[in-house]
Design a protein around this ligand. Structure first.
Ligand SMILES: [Zn+2]
Length: 268
């Protein structure tokens, strides 16, 4: 499991600005937008990896998509017509951000946060180190949560749930982001915060890697916006997760509730 950087320069790419604008609309309307993209380090890139697509070149550069790689790399004709050996992967975005129309995570923001990596140029399809990949995942979640959990923003689309104020929460609650799971398990352990059931007794945390990590930390709505988005993650076991799902459907039409609702229920 790696975090892969894809690059898009609208001025030279066969994927035009108009294709991207249409993609944002398609994601909003269908939640089923898919595409493929070229990858340079095709031997290191695999199905299941996370990706970030950076718009580079002139104009409003920055992160325009995040999501998952959903195929192994395959060889196909060079998009540029230069006849190079080119590999592609199929990708499924979870979020799209139009950098021209509002808040976005810019290349400059990335350079400020991680000055030792060259963001603005390089091949498409480069694998980040595990530690940089994890840090970028946190930065992205922070950005999404603080900008797109309140109110509707026109330059933003969710491709997994309806684009509304809940979509960031729902995506991170329901889909495992392996680098975040692994980071949380290593730093905070793997014991259920409700009943104490300890995953550490089942698998060895010290040898835990991306392959072995399970979805044990879940993202919950905050009662109030905390200092760090990490505080919204709580470790719960499968049993307690079922109880939580029941409370949500019984009392909240299936919408997610703060973690405290589960704590209260368990105390009774
Ligand atoms: Zn539990």
């Amino acid at each position: 499991m790696s975090v892969v950087i894809l690059r898009w320069n609208p001025e030279i790419s066969s994927y035009r600005m108009e294709s991207f604008k249409n993609a944002v609309e398609e994601a909003k309307n269908t939640q089923k937008y898919m595409l493929n993209w070229s990858v340079w380090e095709h031997e290191k890139v695999h199905c299941g990896d996370c990706f970030f697509m950076l718009r580079v070149g002139k104009g409003k550069t920055g992160v325009v998509m995040s999501g998952k790689i959903v195929s192994e790399p395959y060889h196909e004709e060079d998009w540029s017509g230069k006849g190079r050996m080119t590999y592609y992967v199929n990708i499924r975005p979870d979020f799209l951000v139009d950098t021209e129309r509002g808040k976005h995570l810019s290349i400059r923001d990335l350079e400020k946060a991680f000055p030792n990596y060259v963001w603005k140029e390089g091949h498409s399809g480069m694998v980040l180190s595990d530690s940089l990949g994890t840090k970028l995942e946190w930065l992205w979640l922070d950005f999404l949560y603080s900008n797109f959990s309140v109110g509707k923003k026109g330059n933003f689309a969710s491709n997994l749930f309806d684009t509304d104020s809940e979509c960031v929460l729902k995506t991170y609650h329901c889909y495992m982001v392996e680098p975040l799971q692994l980071d949380l398990a290593k730093k905070k352990g793997a014991a259920c915060e409700i009943c104490g059931y300890d995953y550490e007794k089942v698998f060895d945390l010290s040898s835990l890697n991306y392959g072995g990590v399970q979805n044990i930390y879940y993202f919950f709505p905050g009662k109030r916006q905390g200092k760090s988005v990490r505080q919204n993650f709580h470790c719960i076991c499968a049993n307690c997760r079922n109880i939580y799902s029941d409370i949500c459907s019984d009392t909240n039409d299936g919408d997610l509730l703060p973690f405290e609702s589960l704590v209260k229920m368990k105390r009774k």
